[in-house]
Design a protein around this ligand. Structure first.
Ligand code: 1PX
Length: 211
């Protein structure tokens, strides 16, 4: 992975995460998150409590993937089947499987909705648009419902430290504003598709409220 963030690479990793028959490869899904973490780190220390949490979740999934049962963790679909068939998921309260792949991925999945909503706002924003407002509106519509008061407060503080729209567009490393907007237009349907496939799978298996 190169050290500078590029939106193009995020797009490529999420594109690689989708197989022809609409399975989602965990390896690329977490690689996409890794890229986003490197972007967040470049924004400053105020975001480190967020990136630490994402990194620890990426690590849990990576450990499953490289562990002895790694072949069951190749796609989100195979992971869900394997963990459910083998009673490896705490379904109603945390017990003997507090860090299952299913519950860990669910946290990233919820965050993917935030990303989709935020990027869509950024894409359609005008020059005077405020990233902090776009971020918090997207947050309130998605992740906030799953976070306790203290986290919501801390997240609110972090949003105030976000750079402006111009800086955001520049650090995406995807050319001028028009090119960034075009690339966002290309990325969003892909991110939305990965999100929807995962959402449908979790709905079907009653996994959306995992503790
Ligand atoms: C192209 C530019 C896009 C910007 C990329 C920024 C990537 C942001 C990634 C945010 C991912 C957040 C994952 C949160 C997972 C989560 O909900 N974890 C909580 C629950 O986990 P648990 O194991 O306890 O059940 C955990 O409590 C989380 C704590 C940290 C707070 C997470 C706040 C997420 C706010 C999302 C907005 C990030 C704004 C960054 C702006 C660049």
């Amino acid at each position: 992975m190169a050290d500078t963030f590029s939106l193009q690479r995020v797009l490529e990793t999420f594109r690689s995460s989708l197989s022809e028959n609409k399975k989602v490869y965990i390896k690329y899904y977490i690689a996409g998150w890794q890229e986003l973490v490197s972007f967040m780190n470049s924004l400053g220390n105020v975001f480190s409590f967020i990136s630490k949490d994402v990194v620890s979740k990426i690590q849990i999934l990576e450990n499953f993937l490289s562990g002895e049962n790694g072949s069951y963790y190749v796609t989100i679909q195979s992971m869900v089947k394997y963990e459910l068939d083998n009673d490896l998921v705490d379904l109603t309260k945390r017990g003997s499987h507090p860090e299952s792949g299913c519950r860990t991925l669910l946290r990233l999945h919820r965050a993917l909705l935030w990303l989709e909503l935020f990027l869509e706002r950024l894409r359609t924003s005008t020059e005077d648009g405020k990233t902090s407002v776009m971020c918090s509106d997207a947050y309130n519509e998605s992740l906030a419902q799953h976070h306790p008061w203290l986290i919501r407060k801390a997240v609110g503080v972090a949003f105030c430290a976000l750079p402006g729209r111009d800086t955001f567009f520049n650090v995406m490393n995807a050319g001028d504003h028009t090119q960034v907007v075009a690339l966002l237009g290309e990325s969003l349907p892909l991110i939305a598709e990965v999100y929807q496939i995962t959402e449908d799978l979790y709905v079907k298996n009653h996994l959306l409220e995992l503790p």
